[in-house]
Design a protein around this ligand. Structure first.
Ligand code: GCU
Length: 412
């Protein structure tokens, strides 16, 4: 990530400023990911890589998620807890993203010590690491937490919440099947309450200039996922394993963004991510740009608000974000009752990213009709929908593991 951004920054400096949102043309039809800003057609893998891909990265940073913080570093990780019970190798690290930065705790669950993980799922959790496993050694987060979730009280985690997310993260199933899980509490990066108190924002803002066009909370979470990769790359037990960006809902938006921006992620699996992630911004199904901006103004940057009434002015659609993942596999997973996340629109987003995958000779979306319930589609761009509601549970993890096993990169 750090290295990947250096050429981009140089490029951005040399490029003309992007227009104000109001000055953008209306694009009622979904814009074509293979037509560049200057109107030229992208017809080669080089054109995609050198021209269009950096352009799309810049567009999302400018108009929607905000630009991510610059490299801070050095990122350090100190083991604060370790156990080897129940065929799982559990460690919790105190991670620092730079000198003086507040600690973010990273929970790493691997198969029994000595067995290399086939891949590691990386994603932020909603309630604190102590909720992921019922292990008293895992630290209880001291950060602000969501009200009335997993026995929280007055926006603080309580002992009664320990292990309450077992059925969400399914860490033991992941480890039993030979995979790893690296997760951290999003609220330790940025409490999801819409101001700059707590987390690493005050520290970051004291180190580098901040303005409202810069990172929103989703971009900050995605940036933190990349810092997790920095940690995993330095650990002998994890350095060789492919990494899969995973997350549910707002954290699913995060997972797709993280994978799109950081090419070290081998696969992205956003679950029920919806508006601002896997669902189209245009159209009338599910959550709208205005609804998400009104309720969660801090998730995106200030420019994104200008599209509340006119999402058709966005110079991209969410399939552009998927296209940034190309040639790497992506799975969109959904639930039938979760119409707020627009599962039907999400399938169209996946299909619309297909031409970029084809250009890169990376397969694509193998089906033109939405797969039946409980049926994982084949192809690099996979889709899955199950009955039920908005939640992450063991059934979902079975599909994540199946998709990952089918698409694991050969060697790393
Ligand atoms: C709300 C929000 C969604 C989001 C979800 C979640 O429903 O409108 O955009 O995905 O919360 O994160 O659970």
């Amino acid at each position: 990530m750090i290295q990947a951004f250096i050429p981009l920054l140089i490029l951005a400096a040399a490029e003309p400023a992007l227009p104000e949102p109001a000055a953008l043309p209306v694009l009622a039809d979904w814009p074509d990911p293979l037509t560049a800003i200057d109107g030229s057609r992208i017809t080669t893998a080089e054109g995609w890589k050198n021209q269009r891909r950096p352009e799309i990265v810049r567009l999302f940073g400018h108009y929607m998620y905000g630009t991510m913080p610059e490299a801070t570093g050095p990122v350090t990780a100190k083991v604060r807890y370790e156990s080897n019970a129940n065929s799982m190798w559990v460690r919790e690290f105190d991670v620092s993203v730079g000198p003086g930065a507040p600690v973010i705790r990273l929970l790493l669950v691997l198969p029994k010590q000595g067995n290399s993980p086939k891949a590691i799922f990386v994603g932020p959790n909603f309630n604190g690491n102590h909720a992921v496993l019922a292990d008293p050694g895992i630290a209880m987060t001291q950060a602000w937490v969501y009200p009335d979730r997993m026995n929280s009280k007055d926006n603080r985690a309580t002992e009664a919440g320990r292990g309450q997310g077992l059925g969400v993260w399914n860490a033991s199933m992941i480890a039993e099947q030979g995979f790893g899980l690296a997760t951290f509490y999003g609220g330790e990066v940025d409490p999801d309450r819409g101001d700059e108190r707590g987390g690493i924002q005050p520290w970051l803002r004291s180190k580098q200039a901040y303005s409202p066009e810069k990172w929103g909370t989703i971009a900050l979470y995605a940036w933190a996922m990349s810092r997790v990769l920095d940690v995993l790359a330095n650990e002998a037990s994890t350095a060789k394993a492919p990494v899969v960006a995973v997350g549910h809902s707002r954290m699913g938006k995060t997972a797709l963004l993280a994978g799109a921006m950081d090419e070290r992620f081998a696969i992205a699996i956003p679950l029920q991510a919806g508006c601002g992630g896997t669902a189209p911004s245009r159209g009338k199904i599910g959550e709208s740009v205005k609804q998400i901006n009104d309720r969660f103004p801090h998730w995106f940057n200030s420019h994104y608000k200008a599209f509340n009434e006119r999402p058709e002015k966005l110079p991209f659609e969410q399939h552009h974000l998927v296209a940034l993942m190309a040639p790497r596999p992506v799975l969109f997973a959904n639930a039938l009752e979760d119409t707020w996340a627009n599962p039907v629109g999400q399938f169209e987003v996946l299909r619309a990213a297909d031409p970029v995958y084809r250009l890169l000779k990376a397969g694509g979306c193998d089906t033109t009709t939405m797969p039946a319930l409980n049926t994982l589609s084949s192809g690099t761009l996979g889709y899955y929908i199950r009955p039920g509601k908005h939640e992450m549970k063991a059934d979902d993890w079975k599909v994540f593991i199946k998709f990952t096993s089918q698409h694991l990169p050969k060697g790393k």
